[in-house]
Ligand binder design. Sequence first.
Ligand SMILES: [Mg+2]
Length: 255
Amino acid sequence: MGKLGIKAQKGLVEAYFRGQRRLLFLDYDGTLTPFAEKPRGARPDDELLSLLEALCRSQKNEVVIVSGRDRNTLDAWLGELGLGLVAEHGAWVRDKEGEWEVMEHLRTDWKEQIRPILDLYVERTPGSHVEEKEFSLVWHYREADPEEASVKALELKNVLSQVLTSPEVGVLEGSKIVEVKNMGINKGHAAWRWLGGDVWDFVLAMGDDLTDEDLFSALPKSGYSIKVGPSDSRARFRLASVEEARALLKELVSF
Ligand SMILES: [Mg+2]
């Protein structure tokens, strides 16, 4: 993987320009918008909204936001823009003019067992909280003392790995979160709804964390997968920050 330097970016922009059927998968948090102290603080700003609007305006583009967030938040923030939406890392999908559909029948009975454990960690870690989604539970510790919370996060992962015995349910680490979710879900699986449903001559995917790796893997060889941020990735290219990710999209909509 290399940095998306001037030459590679030129190639990408030219491929976009030539493309007649273009599919763009964009992760939301950490990719299009910086992490906020409170998850609700990351609502899209005007610059981002007009950027997404401009991308959707082209008849050649299909733009899909592929997020770990719940579907109500995505609807409220982005529901009017004419985007495809993927919520809860792929549990729910919505075509730009469709209704939400659940990807598959998933168990949720494990939540009753796991919720009290996470609640205990909230009690023991001031500033942390639990978010309950339909197919996952998330312990957020961005607002807690960083050192104390990262020790607790390790401890929590150990506890969870002992309690969770079903291969259907797994523990996932994200940016300042520990998430327990159904493992049948992943962003790559969800992306196939678009990848497999049509012929595309330009495909791009951008994302910043581990859950985006499944998305990168689902892309065709000719596709442009772009990791946003420093950690390891199987993406073809890398950009350093949300600012650079937005700058690339701005260049694309300038055509
Ligand atoms: Mg992200």
